[in-house]
Design a protein around this ligand. Structure first.
Ligand SMILES: C[S@@+](CC[C@H](N)C(=O)[O-])C[C@H]1O[C@@H](n2cnc3c(N)ncnc32)[C@H](O)[C@@H]1O
Length: 265
């Protein structure tokens, strides 16, 4: 591609006006997986309200004028309540700041981005959405697991595993497994044994391939190849901790077929 064609093809970045909030995704961790729009937002924002899953390498890309405000729910620091985060975004926008609300992955996939957009709408604050690469699909692809394969599946389920393992959740996990499509479970770690048992009762075979991936695209990445019935024990044995996703279904078995020729460092 020649330089002019490249320049013509790259995005014409929108203005980031004072008083606006941009809800953006930072991807799974590796700064190379940021979108150019999010990079532009990082360099233009006055306030960057970020969660715990935004990789420190990405925060280093912020402009010098930017104030970094942690509003996460992990990392040993006190939790921010969602209502407080909504209020913070509204307050900063009303101060005529350019406010970047930066989240890991995609802001609209298990990221409370929808709730925040609704709160901004109700408060009359203008906002823009910048999608990010969601961690479940990025982690799968980086591990050599296609989300779909023509001969394997025509759908893939993204599921949150964080709700308490009460009867309603367990019934829902069983129903999702009964659909017969692979499932990518976000936030699985606190309920992993219960989720895997529910998938089995829902009709998934005990030997169904499963791959657990933690901290995908970072130097702490760990990948465990296992099966539905062994996933919980293997995760414990290998000391897997959050953030992690679990992929259950025939697509997970593709990793073994692709690994030998795949560059992955
Ligand atoms: C609150 S959800 C946010 C998801 C995010 N909005 C996205 O689209 O990826 C947090 C969960 O995302 C998953 N996650 C985020 N980053 C990850 C990573 N680098 N590797 C594996 N899982 C990750 C984990 O399941 C984690 O518990």
């Amino acid at each position: 591609m020649d330089a002019q064609l490249l320049a013509d093809t790259l995005p014409k970045f929108p203005d980031f006006p004072p008083g606006e909030v941009w809800l953006a995704g930072a991807g799974p961790g590796d700064p190379g997986l940021l979108t150019l729009h999010t990079l532009h937002a990082l360099q233009t924002a006055d306030d960057i309200v970020h969660d715990a899953l935004v990789d420190p390498r990405i925060l280093k890309l912020a402009g010098n004028q930017a104030k970094l405000i942690f509003a996460g729910k992990r990392g040993g620091r006190p939790s921010s309540e969602q209502g407080d985060i909504n209020e913070l975004l509204i307050e900063r926008a009303r101060m005529q700041h350019r406010v970047l609300r930066l989240k890991g992955g995609d802001p609209f996939v298990f990221g409370r981005g929808g709730e925040e957009a609704l709160a901004l709408t109700r408060a009359g604050v203008r906002f823009r959405i910048i999608p990010g690469i969601t961690s479940g699909l990025a982690a799968a692809a980086l591990a050599g697991i296609p989300a779909t394969m023509r001969d394997i599946n025509h759908a893939v389920i993204l599921m949150a595993g964080s709700r308490s393992a009460d009867r309603a959740s367990i019934a829902e996990w069983e129903r999702l497994a009964s659909v017969g499509q692979p499932i990518i479970v976000y936030m699985p770690m606190s309920n992993l044994p219960e989720i895997m048992s529910a998938f089995e009762r829902g009709g998934m075979g005990r030997d169904t391939p499963a791959v657990i991936i933690s901290s995908a695209s970072t130097s702490d990445e760990q990948i465990v190849e296992t099966s539905l019935s062994k996933a919980a024990a293997d995760a414990e044995r290998q000391g897997i901790c959050a953030p992690a996703i679990v992929i259950v279904g025939a697509i997970a078995g593709m990793r073994q077929k692709l690994l030998s020729n795949m560059a992955c460092e």
